[in-house]
Design a protein around this ligand. Structure first.
Ligand code: B4P
Length: 184
């Protein structure tokens, strides 16, 4: 399966992405994790400010990763695409291989819950972007740059909207149902 997890920061796309990738038997490809691991000082500064990293940089990172052998039969993209040019680049890359996305899961939760989750993560993980100012900015960047992708994928007939509120297990059950997976 070729899957995308879409949603604002704190919606659980990374959390659920790991579970879905395991259930689908495909690699979990997180753009944020790749940037945190391999991004140079310029990329780190953009992330710390809650800004999106350059589209071409992202397209190069993601297409290189998806061309690896373990992604031949499918993948789960977590955090990519994040704006319209990135979605167009992904469509073109898939078209060139005669492939298409099977589903795009859109997770969402109320603004306050998203903020609370990210602030809770700040207590346990050392992420420079989980502070009140940057969280507010990231949510705004999501609203203006990423949210329009829902219409793009809805038009393509692959969008699955899932309520991201509740426990991780409750959300996982909803995601599994939306994708037609069997749950234990
Ligand atoms: P990401 O790494 O994608 O970070 P994120 O948006 O915060 O989502 P994440 O997946 O980590 O969190 P989740 O909601 O699962 O991006 C970081 C930065 O990288 C971006 O700001 C940008 O600068 C850059 N970047 C990444 N991709 C890019 C791209 N394509 N183009 C340009 N720039 C890019 O979880 C958040 C917290 O909520 C966790 O602590 C989790 O435990 C908790 N949580 C999850 N589900 C929960 C639930 N049901 N209940 C309670 N808590 C829950």
């Amino acid at each position: 399966m070729r899957l995308v997890m879409l949603g604002p920061p704190g919606s659980g796309k990374g959390t659920q992405g790991v579970l879905v990738a395991e259930a689908a038997g495909v690699p979990h490809v997180s753009s944020g994790a790749a940037l945190r691991r391999h991004g140079g000082p310029e990329v780190q500064a953009l992330m710390a400010a809650g800004e999106l990293v350059d589209d071409q940089v992202m397209a190069d990172i993601v297409s290189t990763r998806l061309a690896e052998a373990d992604a031949e039969g499918g993948f789960l993209l977590d955090g990519y695409p994040r704006d319209v040019p990135q979605a167009a680049a992904l469509d073109a890359w898939l078209d060139g291989r005669g492939e298409r996305l099977d589903a795009v899961v859109l997770l969402d939760a109320p603004h306050q819950e998203l903020t609370d989750r990210l602030l809770a993560r700040a207590q346990v993980e050392d992420r420079v972007d989980d502070n009140p100012t940057t969280i507010t900015h990231r949510l705004e960047v999501y609203r203006t740059r990423t949210a329009p992708l829902a219409a793009h994928y809805d038009k393509a007939g692959v969008l699955r909207r899932v309520d991201g509120t509740g426990s991780v297990a409750q959300v996982a059950a909803r995601v599994a149902a939306a994708l037609g997976f069997q749950t234990a």
